[in-house]
Design a protein around this ligand. Structure first.
Ligand code: FES
Length: 168
């Protein structure tokens, strides 16, 4: 009586008949196939982002938007906020003192890191590559950011802080 050769091989080995050496080996053809698929996926992803941004452009900010009470943000402090319906989120509200308030997009104009207000330096800092902005104008003081921070106009009314698109 002959013996079945598969009887002595464990079930898991029958399901995965590869040797470890073969399993870790990647041929040039497989690697090229992987690179081609990866490139294709990146191209499709990039195209989808472009199509989406063309089909659904960012709407300009319309009207005034209440943000908080003046008393919510002490002198020298900042407050992060979002505006419903705006794709540009979040924003940074800064109380500079003596009735001077500013609001900027919080995304650095270099590589979109979140900026923060440093009252001790009197500047807005981007911690990623040490970019610094003027907290009154949003202009670049130092570092790699190529453009000023986009700014909103701040309106103070009856103890409330409101923002609206800056008049050009
Ligand atoms: S991302 Fe802000 S300086 Fe680079």
């Amino acid at each position: 009586m002959s013996k079945n050769p598969n009887q002595e091989i464990p079930k898991w080995k029958q399901d995965f008949p590869l040797e470890q050496k073969e399993a870790t080996h990647v041929s040039r053809r497989e690697f090229a196939k992987f690179l081609t698929l990866l490139s294709g996926a990146l191209a499709v992803g990039s195209t989808a982002i472009v199509v989406k941004s063309l089909a659904f452009p960012d709407q300009p900010l319309v009207g005034e938007h209440p943000i908080c009470l003046e008393s919510d943000v002490p002198l020298g402090e900042s407050y992060m906020f979002e505006i419903e319906g705006s794709k540009t989120i979040p924003y940074l509200l800064i109380n500079l003192g003596e009735g001077e308030w500013r609001a900027f997009e919080q995304k650095c104009t270099h590589l979109s890191c979140a900026v923060k207000y440093r009252h001790d330096l009197g500047q807005i800092e981007c911690p990623c590559h040490k970019g610094y902005f003027n907290p009154r104008t949003g202009d670049v003081i130092q570092g790699p950011p190529p453009r000023p921070l986009p700014q909103l106009e701040v309106v103070l009314r009856d103890g409330m802080v409101l923002v609206k698109a800056q008049q050009v």
